[in-house]
Ligand binder design. Structure first.
Ligand SMILES: [Zn+2]
Ligand SMILES: [Zn+2]
Length: 197
């Protein structure tokens, strides 16, 4: 079983056309593909009263409560919410790196989403960030040259970034990580289970 999967979308990401109606919290709970499951729906769809419903539904199933921030304009909103962790699109822009610092300073884990696909300069990020090896995106570029310079600087996690039930896996991410000699960091795992291969 997968140890941890903290980047998963559900039908709460209503405006994302990749999400299918079957991608419900119930389905994810039933499949049980990972020991620790975190839900990280797109924050722009969680505004207003939706967030309360979302937080309750996620918490009821014992999942970790996260959200993915695509637009840097939503960082203040994200900081105002009782999220257990945040997933962030860090584009190669000053404002994004500054926002990453602010979110790290909040004390909650910050996952840098599919950085190679966004052109994120990992050298400009605080080393407290968790860098994601994303199962949907990592094969789309030269992951060996992109990640190799930073293997000592960061802790890495693997994510499915599932929008559909059959995306609930991390097979490509785990292959890449093994090729790079990366060891997985369990953000919400027990201390002694940190860095499980
Ligand atoms: Zn994303
Ligand atoms: Zn995502």
């Amino acid at each position: 079983m997968i140890h941890q999967d903290l980047h998963i979308h559900t039908v709460f990401s209503t405006g994302d056309s990749s999400v299918v109606p079957g991608q419900t919290l119930e389905l994810i709970a039933s499949v049980g593909h990972a020991e620790v499951v975190g839900i990280s729906d797109h924050i722009e769809y969680l505004r207003g009263s939706v967030f309360g419903d979302y937080a309750e539904a996620v918490g009821d199933r014992g999942f970790r409560l996260g959200a993915e921030i695509v637009h840097v304009e939503d960082v203040d909103f994200a900081l105002s919410l009782p999220l257990e962790y945040r997933v962030f699109h860090c584009y190669d822009e000053d404002e994004c790196y500054t926002s990453a610092e602010r979110m790290v300073d909040s004390g909650k884990p910050l996952i840098i989403a599919h950085p190679m696909a966004l052109g994120t300069d990992l050298g400009r990020l605080p080393e407290e960030c968790y860098v994601e090896i994303n199962n949907r995106y990592v094969w789309r570029g030269d992951w060996r040259s992109y990640f190799t310079p930073w293997l000592e600087r960061f802790d890495f996690i693997y994510s499915s970034d599932a929008h559909q039930p059959h995306w609930l896996n991390q097979n490509v991410a785990r292959y890449v990580a093994s090729q790079l000699g990366i060891r997985e960091t369990l953000i919400f795992g027990n201390k002694e289970r940190k860095s499980v291969a």
